[in-house]
Design a protein around this ligand. Structure first.
Ligand code: NAD
Length: 478
């Protein structure tokens, strides 16, 4: 596959509009390093045109009956399903997740969410009597959506689907590193016949296009998923126009294994939750906390488990772990592994030598035994790197779990669910998996502390895009 797809346009006001600048952003296949596509590098003026189109469309779109909007959203769900293979291959190539998993997680998930948000809007209690008031829920307005590259279609879907079905109009700036899936989605939305201006897409860099969305007075809300560093910048800028800001940021989640846990299940579960998408998952369980008395046993189990995680090109069916998204990400992760080793880590598996692959941004899956004060116990690495931290008692384990600036995901493994739940209640984090409890796409997902302040998924993610309005009624004389 050597063909490069050139996308020359942005999607503004219901049309593909040729980019004004000839500057483009390259998209690389992370397994082969080939240039697979280019998208235009948008300008501030293009971002503004998209914002104004969204503003113009808002009044009529938000006034439509919910059923009409939900029917459009269902059409998008059907379109995503129909183009599953094309989307899965694009994401497998641009992100690097093995194709089989990309089909299920990167496309199956979003297709389900589109349909689910249509259902949620249909069943939602849009108004309610409270004393002498009628409390009405309304769309917040124009929403600027800024998204990252690791689960690109999911992160886009979790913003624009609930926002649009709620009655908002949107301007999307997808990640410049994995934007191809967004271009396919824009085609699907166009084919679904969604009215002009309701959905707009401008590709480009964060500082050029993203910052227009964060600052523009006609944008009522900015919904941002990405790094804590960029999230802080977006918040700062958005404060000048008092927009609502929803932030879904980084993580350094702990998998806390209690001494009476089934250690084998806990170690396997933790490694699975760390290595998904080659560790490029915001809620990845990247710190495994084990009782010091069981450290050697945990180490042996970890070595046996990681040996089964074969790396390979994302389009090969046998690959369990693909490459990292880019050369820059690979180099960053290798830098972290070196720092860990320099600080005296116990190298349980892997290391900083690149695996023997002809091409692609591969890193060996790596497991390092470290102390809670080491750099790798604090920093989000965003690669296939698990750190194992021994602790002496439950108090210390909880303290270590809560000792980073983040609070996104986590797990507790214990002899009983009751005991694990007790410990989970003490963790300052948005989600905790109890003894391997699976992900629930209707449960709220989001962060404590510097992992953010928004919630996505299900009705919780839908309500983020609504305002409250209270209509005070004169009590009826009896
Ligand atoms: P990033 O912060 O570099 O980029 C995310 C998006 O923000 C991109 O579209 C980028 O162009 C844009 N951006 C960058 N600077 C900006 C600025 N000054 N103004 C406006 N927009 C700007 O993050 P990334 O590398 O794409 O993604 C990885 C990060 O995302 C990790 O930290 C990960 O934990 C986080 N993440 C969080 C969640 C969550 O739900 N909490 C989900 C996925 C990823």
């Amino acid at each position: 596959m050597t063909n490069t797809t050139v996308y020359p346009s942005h999607y503004i006001n219901g049309q593909w509009v040729k980019a004004t600048s000839s500057e483009t952003l390259p998209v690389h296949d992370s397994s082969t390093e080939e240039l697979m596509a280019t998208v235009p590098s948008g300008t501030a003026a293009e971002a503004e045109a998209a914002v104004l189109a969204a503003r113009k469309a808002f009044d009529s779109w938000s006034a439509l009956p919910v059923e009409t909007r939900a029917a459009y959203i269902d059409k998008v769900a059907a379109g995503v399903k129909a183009r599953t293979e094309e989307l899965a291959v694009a994401i497998a190539r641009e992100v690097g997740m093995p194709l089989k998993m990309a089909r299920a997680v990167q496309v199956g998930g979003p297709a389900w969410h589109w349909g689910n948000f249509a259902k949620i809007a249909r069943n939602f209690e849009w108004e309610k009597k409270v004393g002498n008031s009628l409390v009405v829920r309304e769309a917040i307005g124009v929403v600027g959506c800024i998204t990252p590259w690791n689960f690109p279609l999911s992160q886009i879907t979790l913003k624009i689907a609930p926002a649009m079905v709620a009655g908002c109009t949107v301007v999307l700036k997808p990640s410049e590193i994995a934007p191809v899936n967004a271009m396919i989605l824009a085609e699907i939305i166009h084919e679904a016949g969604i009215p002009a201006g309701v959905f707009n897409l401008v590709n480009g860099s964060g500082p050029e296009v993203g910052e227009v969305l964060a600052t523009h007075p006609e944008v009522d809300m900015v919904s941002f998923t990405g790094s804590t560093r960029a999230g802080k910048r977006v918040s700062e800028l958005a404060s000048q126009t008092v927009k609502r800001v929803a932030l879904e940021l980084g993580g350094k989640s702990a998998s806390l294994i209690l001494e009476d846990a089934n250690l084998e299940a806990a170690v396997k579960g933790t490694i699975g939750a760390c290595m998904l998408n080659s560790g490029q998952t915001c809620s990845a369980h990247t710190r495994m906390l084990v009782p010091a008395s069981r450290y050697e046993e945990a180490k042996a189990l970890a070595q046996a488990t990681i040996a089964k995680f074969g790396i390979g090109p994302s389009l090969e069916e046998t690959s369990k772990l693909g490459p990292l998204v880019s050369a820059a990400q690979r180099d960053r992760v290798l830098g972290f592994i070196k720092t860990g080793i320099d600080e005296g880590a116990d190298v349980i598996a892997g290391g900083a030598e690149p695996p023997k692959m002809d091409k692609g941004y591969f890193v060996q899956p790596t497991i390092l035994g470290i102390k809670p004060t080491d750099t790798l116990a604090q920093e989000e690495i965003f690669g296939p790197v698990l750190v194992v931290i021994p602790y002496k008692d439950e108090e210390e384990a909880v303290a270590i779990a809560n000792s980073t600036i983040y609070g996104l995901g986590g797990a507790v493994w214990g002899g009983s669910d009751e005991r694990a739940i007790q410990v989970a209640r003490r963790m300052r984090t948005g989600q905790v998996d109890i003894n391997g409890g699976p992900f629930n796409a209707n449960a709220p997902f989001g962060g404590y502390k510097q992992s953010g302040n928004g919630r996505e998924n299900g009705v919780y993610g839908f309500e983020e895009f609504l305002e409250f309005k209270s209509l005070q009624l004169k009590p009826v004389a009896v």
